[in-house]
Design a protein around this ligand. Structure first.
Ligand SMILES: [Zn+2]
Length: 227
Protein backbone atom coordinates (compact mmCIF):
# COMPACT_ATOMS: atom_id res chain seq x y z
CA UNK A 1 0.00 0.00 0.00
CA UNK A 2 1.51 3.29 -1.07
CA UNK A 3 -0.34 5.09 1.70
CA UNK A 4 1.84 3.33 4.30
CA UNK A 5 4.78 5.44 3.17
CA UNK A 6 3.34 8.31 1.15
CA UNK A 7 0.64 10.95 1.30
CA UNK A 8 0.82 11.85 -2.38
CA UNK A 9 0.55 9.78 -5.55
CA UNK A 10 0.72 10.60 -9.27
CA UNK A 11 -0.83 8.48 -11.99
CA UNK A 12 -1.58 8.81 -15.72
CA UNK A 13 -4.24 7.33 -18.03
CA UNK A 14 -3.86 7.25 -21.83
CA UNK A 15 -6.32 5.77 -24.31
CA UNK A 16 -6.51 3.95 -27.64
CA UNK A 17 -3.12 2.18 -28.01
CA UNK A 18 -1.85 4.35 -30.86
CA UNK A 19 1.66 4.64 -32.34
CA UNK A 20 2.38 7.84 -30.39
CA UNK A 21 2.24 5.75 -27.20
CA UNK A 22 5.78 4.57 -28.06
CA UNK A 23 7.15 8.07 -27.58
CA UNK A 24 4.96 8.65 -24.52
CA UNK A 25 6.21 5.44 -22.87
CA UNK A 26 9.79 6.54 -23.54
CA UNK A 27 9.12 9.86 -21.78
CA UNK A 28 7.31 8.23 -18.84
CA UNK A 29 10.14 5.69 -18.45
CA UNK A 30 12.82 8.36 -18.58
CA UNK A 31 11.18 10.27 -15.72
CA UNK A 32 9.98 7.29 -13.66
CA UNK A 33 6.28 7.94 -14.27
CA UNK A 34 3.72 5.12 -14.30
CA UNK A 35 0.73 5.05 -16.60
CA UNK A 36 -2.32 2.96 -17.36
CA UNK A 37 -2.93 2.40 -21.08
CA UNK A 38 -6.53 1.65 -22.06
CA UNK A 39 -6.86 -0.63 -25.08
CA UNK A 40 -9.50 -1.96 -27.48
CA UNK A 41 -8.42 -5.54 -28.18
CA UNK A 42 -10.86 -6.01 -31.10
CA UNK A 43 -9.38 -3.13 -33.12
CA UNK A 44 -5.79 -3.14 -31.80
CA UNK A 45 -4.15 -3.18 -35.25
CA UNK A 46 -2.76 -0.63 -37.75
CA UNK A 47 -5.81 -0.98 -40.01
CA UNK A 48 -7.58 1.04 -37.36
CA UNK A 49 -6.39 4.52 -38.27
CA UNK A 50 -7.76 7.99 -38.90
CA UNK A 51 -6.58 11.49 -39.80
CA UNK A 52 -6.75 14.39 -37.37
CA UNK A 53 -5.55 17.84 -38.43
CA UNK A 54 -3.47 16.31 -41.24
CA UNK A 55 -1.80 13.79 -38.91
CA UNK A 56 -2.44 10.08 -39.51
CA UNK A 57 -3.13 8.27 -36.26
CA UNK A 58 -2.83 4.47 -36.19
CA UNK A 59 -3.36 1.89 -33.53
CA UNK A 60 -0.30 -0.31 -33.01
CA UNK A 61 -0.05 -3.97 -33.98
CA UNK A 62 -0.40 -6.32 -31.02
CA UNK A 63 3.10 -7.72 -31.51
CA UNK A 64 5.56 -6.19 -29.07
CA UNK A 65 2.98 -4.41 -26.94
CA UNK A 66 3.75 -6.53 -23.88
CA UNK A 67 7.38 -5.36 -24.02
CA UNK A 68 6.43 -1.76 -24.82
CA UNK A 69 4.07 -1.37 -21.85
CA UNK A 70 6.30 -3.28 -19.41
CA UNK A 71 6.24 -1.60 -16.00
CA UNK A 72 2.94 0.14 -16.76
CA UNK A 73 -0.64 -1.11 -16.52
CA UNK A 74 -2.84 -2.16 -19.41
CA UNK A 75 -6.58 -1.79 -18.93
CA UNK A 76 -9.74 -2.05 -20.98
CA UNK A 77 -11.24 0.60 -23.25
CA UNK A 78 -13.96 -1.84 -24.49
CA UNK A 79 -13.53 -4.34 -27.33
CA UNK A 80 -14.21 -2.10 -30.32
CA UNK A 81 -14.59 1.41 -28.91
CA UNK A 82 -18.37 1.38 -29.18
CA UNK A 83 -20.49 3.91 -27.37
CA UNK A 84 -21.46 1.67 -24.45
CA UNK A 85 -24.61 3.56 -23.47
CA UNK A 86 -26.14 2.57 -26.83
CA UNK A 87 -25.75 -1.14 -26.01
CA UNK A 88 -27.91 -3.33 -23.81
CA UNK A 89 -26.51 -4.46 -20.47
CA UNK A 90 -25.94 -7.94 -21.95
CA UNK A 91 -24.12 -6.51 -24.95
CA UNK A 92 -21.88 -4.41 -22.73
CA UNK A 93 -20.95 -7.44 -20.64
CA UNK A 94 -20.24 -9.50 -23.78
CA UNK A 95 -18.14 -6.71 -25.26
CA UNK A 96 -16.18 -6.17 -22.07
CA UNK A 97 -15.60 -9.89 -21.51
CA UNK A 98 -14.06 -10.18 -24.98
CA UNK A 99 -11.77 -7.21 -24.37
CA UNK A 100 -10.71 -8.42 -20.93
CA UNK A 101 -10.03 -11.99 -22.15
CA UNK A 102 -8.01 -10.75 -25.13
CA UNK A 103 -5.95 -8.34 -23.07
CA UNK A 104 -5.36 -10.84 -20.28
CA UNK A 105 -4.02 -13.40 -22.75
CA UNK A 106 -1.88 -10.80 -24.56
CA UNK A 107 -0.36 -9.28 -21.43
CA UNK A 108 -0.53 -12.24 -19.06
CA UNK A 109 -2.00 -10.24 -16.23
CA UNK A 110 -5.35 -9.46 -14.71
CA UNK A 111 -7.31 -6.52 -16.16
CA UNK A 112 -8.60 -4.49 -13.24
CA UNK A 113 -10.15 -1.41 -14.78
CA UNK A 114 -11.19 0.51 -17.84
CA UNK A 115 -11.73 3.92 -19.39
CA UNK A 116 -15.10 4.72 -21.00
CA UNK A 117 -14.92 5.06 -24.80
CA UNK A 118 -16.13 8.60 -25.65
CA UNK A 119 -16.41 9.13 -21.90
CA UNK A 120 -20.07 8.04 -21.95
CA UNK A 121 -21.67 6.00 -19.21
CA UNK A 122 -24.92 5.56 -17.30
CA UNK A 123 -26.17 3.44 -14.40
CA UNK A 124 -26.66 0.41 -16.68
CA UNK A 125 -23.05 0.66 -17.92
CA UNK A 126 -21.70 0.91 -14.39
CA UNK A 127 -23.70 -2.14 -13.32
CA UNK A 128 -22.45 -4.15 -16.32
CA UNK A 129 -18.84 -3.22 -15.55
CA UNK A 130 -19.32 -4.33 -11.97
CA UNK A 131 -20.67 -7.68 -13.22
CA UNK A 132 -17.56 -8.32 -15.32
CA UNK A 133 -15.24 -7.52 -12.42
CA UNK A 134 -14.03 -4.02 -13.21
CA UNK A 135 -12.74 -2.30 -10.07
CA UNK A 136 -12.46 1.21 -11.52
CA UNK A 137 -13.58 3.06 -14.64
CA UNK A 138 -12.33 6.47 -15.72
CA UNK A 139 -14.73 9.01 -17.15
CA UNK A 140 -13.64 12.10 -19.13
CA UNK A 141 -14.93 14.37 -16.38
CA UNK A 142 -12.29 16.35 -14.54
CA UNK A 143 -12.55 18.03 -11.16
CA UNK A 144 -9.21 19.78 -10.45
CA UNK A 145 -9.20 17.87 -7.16
CA UNK A 146 -6.63 15.60 -5.51
CA UNK A 147 -9.09 14.02 -3.09
CA UNK A 148 -9.64 10.28 -2.86
CA UNK A 149 -12.91 9.24 -4.55
CA UNK A 150 -15.40 6.64 -3.34
CA UNK A 151 -17.19 5.90 -6.63
CA UNK A 152 -14.34 4.34 -8.60
CA UNK A 153 -16.63 3.22 -11.45
CA UNK A 154 -17.41 6.88 -12.15
CA UNK A 155 -13.89 8.10 -11.56
CA UNK A 156 -13.05 11.71 -12.40
CA UNK A 157 -9.53 12.80 -13.33
CA UNK A 158 -7.80 15.77 -11.81
CA UNK A 159 -7.35 17.17 -15.33
CA UNK A 160 -6.62 16.47 -18.98
CA UNK A 161 -3.06 17.25 -20.09
CA UNK A 162 -4.38 20.09 -22.30
CA UNK A 163 -6.00 21.81 -19.34
CA UNK A 164 -4.66 25.38 -19.09
CA UNK A 165 -4.34 24.78 -15.33
CA UNK A 166 -2.12 21.68 -15.75
CA UNK A 167 1.15 23.13 -14.45
CA UNK A 168 -0.61 25.27 -11.81
CA UNK A 169 -2.29 22.12 -10.48
CA UNK A 170 1.03 20.25 -10.59
CA UNK A 171 2.69 23.03 -8.61
CA UNK A 172 -0.13 23.12 -6.05
CA UNK A 173 0.19 19.33 -5.67
CA UNK A 174 3.97 19.28 -5.38
CA UNK A 175 4.04 22.11 -2.86
CA UNK A 176 1.24 20.70 -0.70
CA UNK A 177 1.88 18.93 2.58
CA UNK A 178 -1.38 17.03 3.07
CA UNK A 179 -2.42 15.09 6.15
CA UNK A 180 -4.53 12.65 4.09
CA UNK A 181 -3.85 10.75 0.82
CA UNK A 182 -3.95 12.93 -2.28
CA UNK A 183 -3.87 11.87 -5.94
CA UNK A 184 -2.85 13.83 -9.02
CA UNK A 185 -4.46 12.04 -11.98
CA UNK A 186 -3.86 13.16 -15.58
CA UNK A 187 -5.45 11.69 -18.69
CA UNK A 188 -5.28 12.14 -22.45
CA UNK A 189 -4.37 10.60 -25.81
CA UNK A 190 -0.73 10.48 -26.90
CA UNK A 191 -1.68 11.38 -30.50
CA UNK A 192 -2.80 14.81 -29.27
CA UNK A 193 0.88 15.70 -28.80
CA UNK A 194 1.51 14.92 -32.49
CA UNK A 195 -1.64 16.68 -33.70
CA UNK A 196 -0.90 19.79 -31.64
CA UNK A 197 2.86 19.52 -31.97
CA UNK A 198 3.32 20.03 -28.24
CA UNK A 199 5.21 17.07 -26.76
CA UNK A 200 6.86 19.63 -24.50
CA UNK A 201 3.64 19.70 -22.42
CA UNK A 202 4.09 16.15 -21.14
CA UNK A 203 7.89 16.36 -21.10
CA UNK A 204 7.74 19.49 -18.92
CA UNK A 205 5.14 17.97 -16.58
CA UNK A 206 7.08 14.72 -16.08
CA UNK A 207 10.33 16.60 -15.59
CA UNK A 208 8.71 18.80 -12.94
CA UNK A 209 7.11 15.89 -11.06
CA UNK A 210 10.03 13.46 -11.24
CA UNK A 211 12.61 12.65 -8.61
CA UNK A 212 10.54 13.71 -5.62
CA UNK A 213 10.82 11.22 -2.79
CA UNK A 214 7.56 12.28 -1.12
CA UNK A 215 5.49 11.24 -4.16
CA UNK A 216 4.49 7.69 -5.11
CA UNK A 217 4.41 7.14 -8.88
CA UNK A 218 2.05 4.28 -9.68
CA UNK A 219 -0.38 2.85 -12.19
CA UNK A 220 -4.12 3.47 -11.82
CA UNK A 221 -4.57 0.11 -10.08
CA UNK A 222 -1.75 0.73 -7.66
CA UNK A 223 -2.90 4.23 -6.84
CA UNK A 224 -6.69 3.83 -6.85
CA UNK A 225 -7.00 0.32 -5.45
CA UNK A 226 -3.95 0.27 -3.20
CA UNK A 227 -5.30 2.75 -0.71
ZN1 LIG B 1 -10.81 6.20 -26.94
Amino acid sequence: MWTDKYKKAVTFSYDDGVEADRKLVEIFNRYGMKCTFNLNYGIQNPQSSWVNNGVTISRMPKEGLKELYKGHETASHSYEHKNLVELTAEEIEEDMKKDIAGLESLFGCKIMGMAYPYGTFDDKTVEALKNVGMKYARTTMTNHSFDVQQDLLRFQSTCHHADPELMALAKKFVESDPDKPQIFYVWGHSYEFDVNNNWNVIEDLCKYLSGRDDIFFGTNSEVLLGL
